[in-house]
Design a protein around this ligand. Structure first.
Ligand SMILES: Nc1ncnc2c1ncn2[C@@H]1O[C@H](COP(=O)(O)OP(=O)(O)OP(=O)(O)O)[C@@H](O)[C@H]1O
Length: 408
């Protein structure tokens, strides 16, 4: 109602203006008015087209998804449709023929007689789920207190990736995969990244819990795509964090969610079984819960090398303090042994948090050097924040015999 009144007013003003202006000015004025109206018309036409296409989308029946098996020479292709049979189909004119290749995902019209759209590959859809690093920047010397674990990983992952001929000559098969286990924040991911970096391998990571929670019903397919990507990017290391989310033993597989997780695990086992020990793809899996893993995943020929990544011991904590303070301006009175004694039961991630917090303490006091007192305050703060019950339970079982427990 009010907008109509506004329009009436506008028309009145225009009429009055029409009466006032005359001659050449009047012609110019009319021309600009025509241009304005033409622009308005264009806008309305665009709106009509938009609503038409939206309407078409709403009333058109769904398309059929398929994957091109092979391309025929006569402008047609054989497509495996998701509804069942292989179909010989035409390719619509508006499709870029360069995109039509075996393995490409396409949409067929409702009759299943022609390719009408090229769809993005699953890889594109799943990229958000995978972390792919061509060359990770972590080095072995960035990892504190895990020299034995590094030695073992170099032997079973790095060496076969770099010198497979050595293994062929001697006639032994390296493991296809390794399982790292231990409490969170103690360097499992760092180890996997460092091995990838030092082996010149692509690092491809996926988190088990995300795999089953974010892409319900697609787990098995993603696992297949993951290994396809790993083969394409070889040499590569597939890192599966929180393996227990997909590979926990199940007493009964009642619900559909559990069946789905089971299917994902089956696919993972099939992928591991599918490549050879000297193929340039290695798996490193990590878990905090080795106790609940399905033994099937640990069978010979699968993840049969098991490496513990425990809480850092006294010397390990000293090393981790030294690594994370490498680029820090420290006061002379810093006693690393004392810091290590005071952080019994801390994870590597918590020691890193202590170092960062100590740095903040110096900044807050407007100092350029970090003092022992900054570290002591930081230890207290991080200790009071220790919320991870899992870690504390683990620490109780793994008593550190080298250093006295000061804070209990
Ligand atoms: N041994 C270590 N040496 C140096 N830094 C460490 C060490 N362990 C942990 N850190 C620090 O803690 C961070 C987290 O460690 P990381 O992600 O490797 O732990 P994780 O064992 O994989 O944990 P999660 O099980 O939670 O994935 C690292 O980025 C690093 O800064």
């Amino acid at each position: 109602m009010s907008s109509d009144m506004g329009k009436d007013n506008q028309d009145n003003i225009i009429e009055k203006l029409d009466a006032v202006v005359s001659g050449e000015d009047y012609i110019k004025y009319l021309e600009s008015k025509i241009r304005l109206l033409e622009m308005e018309r264009e806008k309305l036409l665009m709106k009509v087209n938009y609503y038409k296409s939206e309407l078409e989308k709403l009333i058109s029946p769904p398309l059929i998804e398929g994957v091109i098996e092979y391309v025929l020479g006569d402008g047609r292709a054989v497509v495996k449709s998701t509804t069942g049979p292989n179909l010989v189909v035409a390719i619509a004119d508006n499709i870029d023929k360069n995109l039509i290749k075996p393995g490409v995902r396409v949409a067929l019209n409702q009759r299943g007689s022609a390719i009408v759209e090229v769809l993005p590959s699953y890889m594109d859809t799943y990229v958000q789920l995978m972390e792919v690093i061509e060359k990770p920047s972590v080095k072995y010397e960035d990892i504190g207190g895990l020299s034995e674990q590094i030695r073992e990983l170099r032997e079973v992952v790095e060496l076969p990736l770099k010198n497979p001929e050595l293994f062929e000559e001697i006639g032994i098969e390296p493991p296809k995969g390794v399982l790292l286990y231990g409490p969170p924040g103690c360097g499992k991911t760092m180890l996997a990244k460092a091995v990838a970096a030092e082996s010149n391998a692509t690092f491809i990571a996926i988190v088990g819990s995300e795999l089953v929670q974010k892409f319900i019903g697609e787990g098995a397919r993603i696992v297949r795509e993951l290994f396809e990507l790993a083969r394409k990017k070889a040499p590569s290391i597939v890192f599966i964090d929180e393996l227990d989310a997909i590979a926990a033993k199940r007493i009964d597989i009642g619900t559909s969610g559990e069946r789905e997780v089971q299917r994902t695990l089956m696919q993972l086992l099939a992928e591991i079984d599918g490549f050879r020990p000297l193929d340039k793809v290695k798996i490193i899996a990590a878990t905090n819960r080795i106790d609940i893993l399905d033994p099937a995943i640990l069978r010979p020929g699968r993840l049969d090398r098991i490496i513990e990544v425990p809480l850092p011991d006294f010397n390990g904590r000293i090393e981790i303090f030294r690594i994370h303070t490498r680029r820090m301006k420290l006061a002379e009175n810093i006693d690393f042994q004392e810091l290590a004694r005071m952080t019994n039961g801390f994870t590597g991630a918590e020691i890193k948090a202590v170092v960062t917090e100590a740095g903040y303490n110096a900044i807050r006091d407007n100092r350029r050097q970090v003092t022992m007192n900054d570290f002591l305050k930081a230890i207290e703060k991080v200790r009071s924040k220790k919320k991870l019950r899992r870690v504390e339970e683990y620490a109780e079982n793994k008593e550190d015999k080298e250093a006295p427990l000061i804070f209990q």
